[in-house]
Write a new protein. Structure first.
Length: 230
């Protein structure tokens, strides 16, 4: 049976169907958690449980009629990554030392539009090294705050679009892929992204940090394009 066929039996009350879905998608869950094992001392079992929780949340949000253009495995990937990412970044016992993951977490320099505006230009390339520990911690703090702002002010659709458009979890989607995932047109994806960015720029957090970046002289080198738009 396909994921979608088992999902239908799950929604119809088959209690065994959930375990079947988890077992069938264990490979997907492990593929996602493997890149986080050892980061901030995250253990495989904790990551797996978090991945399963995200998978179940994805199932509960999946509408097989509305999301018929997206395979279930594609749709739940976002929820798994989101849950695991939250677990890892909620840990404070150790800084992230995995260089590849660090790049994925902070290299949000994918162009927003054709003019080349960028969401978060805090590095100049994958080999960029922060000038000092204070600067590193400053941008980690900004990154966490931005995540909280998105959680507070954006709806699920907007968060999905920004997360995947800007490679929030290390996975970048094109507008075509996002359109298939959310069962909307490419044009609609662009509108969702524009609206989401505008919502963030209008928050007190954005105004506060724009002033901070200007005072620190980071606008020309390391600036939050998401809050500085000019």
């Amino acid at each position: 049976m396909t994921n979608e066929e088992i999902f239908i039996t799950y929604k119809n009350g088959d209690k065994k169907a959930l375990n079947k879905l988890i077992e069938k998608n264990n490979g997907l869950i492990y593929k996602i958690i493997n890149k986080y094992i050892g980061v901030k001392r995250a253990e495989e079992e904790d990551l797996y449980q978090s991945g399963v929780l995200g998978f179940i949340k994805g199932l509960n949000h999946y509408d097989i009629n509305k999301n018929n253009k997206a395979k279930l495995s594609t749709y739940v990937t976002y929820w798994i990554e989101r849950e695991v990412y939250s677990l890892v970044n909620g840990r404070t016992t150790k800084d992230i030392e995995n260089k590849e993951l660090m790049n994925n977490c902070i290299s949000l320099n994918t162009p927003i539009d054709e003019e080349g505006a960028e969401l978060l230009e805090v590095i100049e390339g994958v080999d960029y090294i922060f000038e000092n520990t204070i600067e590193k911690e400053f941008f980690k703090k900004i990154r966490i705050e931005l995540d909280e702002v998105m959680e507070k002010y954006l709806n699920e659709e907007e968060k999905v679009v920004l997360h995947y458009h800007f490679g929030w979890f290390g996975t970048t989607y094109t507008d075509v892929q996002l359109g298939n995932l959310l069962s909307v047109t490419n044009t609609r994806i662009g509108h969702i992204r524009t609206t989401a960015l505008m919502r963030i720029r209008r928050t007190k957090w954005a105004f506060k940090n724009r002033k901070t970046f200007e005072e620190l002289g980071y606008i020309s080198k390391h600036y939050l394009r998401i809050i500085y738009h000019g």
